[in-house]
Design a protein. Structure first.
Lengths: 340, 326
C-alpha cells in the first residue's frame, strides 16, 4: 500500500447504524436486480440488462461517503451505483421498462440510468467512457473549491483502455479530487480477466504517484474504510486515489448470454465458490453475530424492500410509453442565443 | 469597425466571453503559448485555473469536457488540428453528442471545441482533414465554420453562450486573413447563412475556407455576364435550408463548394436538401465541387490539384450555364 505521508489518514470504521443502513442499501440493489433479471427472462424488458449481483459492497461502501453534490460516473453495469448513490429505484425500473416515467424518460434504458440532481452522471455503454467524465467533474469540483469530489467506477475490462492512463496522468498532475474505483469482477465481457490483463491493475496507478490499494470488494467494511481514506484525501485537496476492489460477477455479462453463447467461459464450481463469499451474506452474518440487529429486524428490512420492489415493478408496468416522436426534440437544449 | 485578422477576432471573442462569465474555462494542448494565436494572452489574464495546458491526451480531454460541463462550467476545449478530433472521438461521438438524449434531457453541455481544419499548407494527410461531415452526422453537435473575421468572432461568442456542444472549425492557415469587425458587442446567429454577394443566375453555396474563392469566382463571372449569388453557410448544424432554397428559387442553379472529401460531404447533404425540397426551382443539375476521396498529399502541386479554387468554381458555373436553359 502506498500513501502520502504528509497527513495522518483516518482509520475510522463504520458505526453500527451505518452498517445497518449499508446492509439495507445492498439488499435493495440485490432484490431490484433479481427482479429485473426475472423481468428480462419473462420478456418484459425491451432491452438487455447487465446485473451487478455479487458486487454490491463496492458501490455501497464507496457511495456511503458521498452526498448529492458529489458526482459519480458509472458503467454498463450501473444499477447498483445508481441506487447506492441515492437514485430512486422506481423511476430506474420504469426507465429499464422503456417508459415515459423512467428517470430518463425511457430514452436511455438500463445502460444509461442517470439522475443528475443526485450527482449520478450516468451509467455508460462505453467501457471506460465514464472515467474522463468523472475527471472533468473532478476538475469542476476543484474549481468550485467546496470540497466535493468525483468517483469513477469501472471494471477490470476498462483498465485495459488507454483513456484510464490518460486520465490518471491528468488527475495526478492537477491533483484532482477524483477516486478511481476499479471493480475487478473477473471478466471482460466473456473473457476471464487473466486471459486479457497483464500484471496487477492497481500497479498501473503507482507510476503516477496515486495512492493505490487492493481491497476485498466483498467485504463492506474493507471497501468503506478504503473509500473513507481516498475520499478524505480528495476532499482535503490531497488529490486522486486508486482503489482496486476484488469481487466477482455472479451473473453473466448480460442476462441474454445463455441464448447465444455456444460454450461456457467459467466453471460452476468457480461461481459456487464465490456464492459462498457473498457480500450481503457476509454482512448479515456479521450483523447477527455482533448483535447489531436481530433476525426479526433483518426480516423486516427484507419485507420492506420486497414491498418497494413490487411497488416499483407495478409502477413501471403501469406507466405510459413515451411519445414515439420524443427523441429528436431532446438532442439540443435549445437554440443558441441570437438564433433566429 | 476596424479591420482585424480572423485569428485576432477569435481571440477577442475568447477574451470577452471569459471576462463576461467566470464559468467559462479553456483547456487544451499548448493553449498557454497558443500555436495559432487564438488563445494568446488568456492564460496571463485569467490565470491557470481557467486557462491551462494539458497533456496530449485527446481521449481524456474530450471526456473531461463533458464532465466539467456537467459540473456547471462552460468549456472551451482547444484540439489544435481537426485531425486530432479522431483521437478524441469516442467522447465526442458517444458522450457529448448523446448524453442529453440518453438522460432524457437532464443535462446541458455548453462545450465549444475549437480546431483548425483543411489543407493548402503542406501540412500533409494527418493535419489537413475537413471532418465536418462526420460531426454533422452525429446529430447532437452544432457545427460552426466561419469564413470572415466578423463571423468568427460572433459565432464563437454564440457557441460559448449556447446550451449545447458546438464544434468551431477555423480554416487552417486563413487566420491571417483580415476583414471588418464591429466595435460593439454582437452575436452571430446559428442557422442563418450570410449572403456574401447577391446575384440572379446561379447560387454558389460555400463553406468556410471556400467562401473566399467563391467570392472571387463570382467577381470574375460578373465580368463575363454571369450574375452569381454567394451564400456562406456559417453553420452547418443548424443549416439554413430555407435561405439556400430561397436563393435557388431565385437563380434556378446551384453549385456547392466544399473542402470536405466528396463522399457524404456537406455538399452532398446540401444537394440532397435542394433536390428534395427545391427540385421545381432547378433549371440545371446541381453541381458539387469537393475534394476527391483522397488523403491530402504533401507536395503543393498535388495538394492544389485536389482543392476547389476560383478557376474550378468558374468552370463549374460555366458548364452549368451552358447546359441549361437561360
Amino acid at each position: 500500500m502506498q500513501q502520502n505521508s504528509d497527513k495522518a489518514f483516518p482509520n475510522r470504521a463504520p458505526t453500527n447504524g451505518q452498517l445497518l443502513s449499508m446492509f439495507e442499501r445492498m439488499l435493495t440493489i440485490r432484490r431490484f436486480e433479481e427482479r429485473l433479471g426475472e423481468d428480462f427472462h419473462a420478456g418484459k424488458l425491451p432491452g438487455g440488462v447487465h446485473l451487478y449481483i455479487g458486487q454490491e459492497a463496492v458501490a455501497v461502501g464507496v457511495c456511503a461517503h458521498l452526498d448529492d453534490r458529489d458526482r459519480i460516473a458509472s458503467t454498463h453495469r450501473g444499477h447498483g451505483h445508481f441506487i447506492a448513490k441515492g437514485g430512486d429505484p422506481a423511476p430506474m425500473v420504469a426507465e429499464i421498462y422503456g417508459k415515459r416515467d423512467g428517470i430518463c424518460g425511457g430514452m436511455g434504458g438500463s445502460m444509461h440510468v442517470a439522475d443528475v440532481s443526485k450527482g449520478i452522471l450516468g451509467a455508460n455503454g462505453i467501457v471506460a467512457g465514464g472515467i474522463p467524465i468523472a475527471a472533468g467533474a473532478a476538475l469542476a469540483a476543484q474549481l468550485d473549491g467546496d470540497g466535493r469530489v468525483a468517483v469513477c467506477f469501472f471494471g477490470d475490462g476498462a483498465a485495459n483502455e488507454g483513456v484510464l492512463m490518460e486520465s490518471m496522468n491528468i488527475a495526478a498532475l492537477w491533483q484532482l479530487p477524483l477516486i478511481f474505483v476499479c471493480e475487478h469482477n473477473g471478466f471482460s465481457e466473456f473473457s476471464p480477466s487473466d486471459t486479457v490483463t497483464a500484471g496487477k491493475i492497481r500497479e498501473r496507478a503507482r507510476p503516477f504517484g496515486l495512492p493505490a490499494e487492493l481491497v476485498d470488494g466483498n467485504d463492506i467494511v474493507a471497501v468503506w474504510r478504503a473509500a473513507d481514506r481516498a475520499i478524505d484525501r480528495a476532499r482535503t485537496g490531497q488529490g486522486p486515489s486508486f482503489i482496486e476492489a476484488a469481487t466477482y460477477r455472479i451473473r453473466g455479462h448480460l442476462e441474454a448470454e445463455a441464448h447465444f453463447l455456444s460454450r461456457s467461459y467459467r466453471s460452476e464450481e468457480e461461481v459456487e465458490r464465490w456464492r459462498r463469499n457473498d457480500p450481503i451474506d457476509r454482512l448479515s452474518r456479521h450483523l447477527l453475530s455482533s448483535e447489531i440487529c436481530s433476525e426479526a429486524e433483518i426480516a423486516a428490512i427484507e419485507a420492506r424492500i420486497q414491498n418497494s420492489v413490487e411497488e416499483a415493478a407495478a409502477f413501471a408496468e403501469r406507466a405510459d410509453l413515451p411519445d414515439a416522436d420524443r427523441a429528436p426534440g431532446l438532442m439540443f437544449a435549445g437554440p443558441a442565443p441570437g438564433a433566429a | 469597425m476596424a479591420r482585424k485578422r480572423l485569428i485576432q477576432a477569435i481571440n477577442e471573442a475568447l477574451h470577452e466571453e471569459m471576462a463576461r462569465d467566470p464559468k467559462v474555462i479553456l483547456f487544451g494542448e499548448d493553449v498557454e503559448i497558443s500555436m495559432f494565436g487564438d488563445t494568446a494572452g488568456l492564460h496571463d489574464r485569467f490565470g491557470p485555473d481557467r486557462v491551462r495546458n494539458t497533456p496530449i491526451s485527446e481521449a481524456s480531454l474530450t471526456g473531461m469536457a463533458v464532465g466539467a460541463a456537467a459540473g456547471g462550467y462552460r468549456v472551451v476545449l482547444h484540439m489544435m488540428f481537426a485531425n486530432f478530433l479522431y483521437t478524441g472521438f469516442d467522447a465526442i461521438a458517444n458522450q457529448m453528442a448523446k448524453l442529453r438524449l440518453m438522460t432524457g434531457g437532464q443535462i446541458e453541455l455548453p462545450i465549444t471545441i475549437v480546431a483548425g481544419y483543411g489543407g493548402g499548407r503542406s501540412t500533409a494527410a494527418q493535419h489537413s482533414d475537413t471532418p465536418y461531415p462526420l460531426l454533422m452526422n452525429l446529430g447532437g453537435l452544432n457545427v460552426a465554420v466561419p469564413a470572415t473575421p466578423r463571423d468568427a468572432k460572433g459565432l464563437m461568442k454564440t457557441a460559448i453562450r449556447g446550451r449545447d456542444p458546438t464544434v468551431f472549425l477555423e480554416a487552417g492557415g486563413r487566420g491571417g486573413e483580415s476583414g471588418e469587425v464591429p466595435d460593439e458587442e454582437y452575436l452571430t446567429p446559428f442557422g442563418e447563412a450570410a449572403v456574401g454577394r447577391e446575384g440572379t443566375d446561379v447560387t454558389i453555396v460555400a463553406i468556410g475556407s471556400m467562401v473566399r474563392p467563391a467570392m472571387r469566382a463570382a467577381k470574375l463571372l460578373d465580368g463575363q455576364g454571369i450574375s452569381a449569388e454567394v451564400l456562406d453557410c456559417r453553420t452547418l448544424v443548424p443549416l439554413d435550408e430555407d435561405g439556400i432554397l430561397r436563393s435557388v428559387a431565385k437563380t434556378g442553379r446551384l453549385v456547392v463548394v466544399d473542402e470536405a472529401r466528396d463522399r457524404c460531404s456537406a455538399a452532398s447533404h446540401i444537394a440532397a436538401v435542394v433536390a428534395e425540397r427545391g427540385f421545381g426551382s432547378l433549371a440545371a443539375p446541381i453541381r458539387r465541387l469537393t475534394v476527391p476521396d483522397t488523403a491530402m498529399p504533401y507536395a503543393p502541386v498535388a495538394e492544389k490539384h485536389l482543392l476547389p479554387d476560383r478557376e474550378k468554381i468558374v468552370g463549374a458555373v460555366k458548364v452549368l450555364m451552358a447546359g441549361s436553359a437561360p
